[in-house]
Design a protein around this ligand. Sequence first.
Ligand code: ZN
Ligand code: ZN
Length: 262
Amino acid sequence: MKIKFLGTGAADWPNPGKSVGAGRRFSSLVLDDRILIDCGPMTLDAIDEFNVDVHALDAILIGHPHGDHFNLDVICQIARRRDASAKPIVLYIDEEAAKNRCTVPEDLADRLQVKGFLPLNCLQVGDYAVHAYPASHPIGIPGELACHFIIKTPTNETMLYGLDGSWFPPTTWHAIQKAKLDIIVWELTCGNLDDWRLGEHSNFGMLKIMANAFKNDGAIQKHTKMFCSHLARTLCPSHDIYARELDTFGFTLAKDGMEWTS
Ligand SMILES: [Zn+2]
Ligand SMILES: [Zn+2]
């Protein structure tokens, strides 16, 4: 399994334009060059800066349709960059958002397909099995829901994508408990702060508790690689200082452009 972080920030980062420098773009990553997970307004610049081949992409998975994770215009631009003869790219997104906010422009009718899903659905994305589980993260638009993903790859590796959310709801918790995770992308919006946003986001104290519980169940093992992403600019320490702190607890602080291969 290979992942490349295209963005690792929460929604309070300014748009850095073409070069991210020491900043962070909104959270997004590419799995095995084939599946783009989350695609916000800054993702196209990240695709250019970090040399993502848009023709290698089969699908775009949106964990939840907040503006930092979902931007239809950018998704259309990605589809438009692909050869007209390429297989259509498939956008997987919350069912209600798919109905109400995902009208495909006429010129992309053959290049972009939209498929809605609900929590507890299992999506077959090529040869990847993507299980969607509910997240504690209100969208604020009636009927729209947020999900975490447990993804099984063709090489039989398992990834938990935990953006965005607070404590896992019981169904999600129990599914994670039973999984054997090779990689986790945790959400760490609030850093070390006991902030009011913890009703819908996480801090590092929560991640340590959840990781310990999942270690006790065997879902997290010695080899499990744990990344933290979705850091808020106004709530988290600077990268280098925080990366050292997280490392002592076995967590890797993700950075834009960071690549990892199992
Ligand atoms: Zn977010
Ligand atoms: Zn969100």
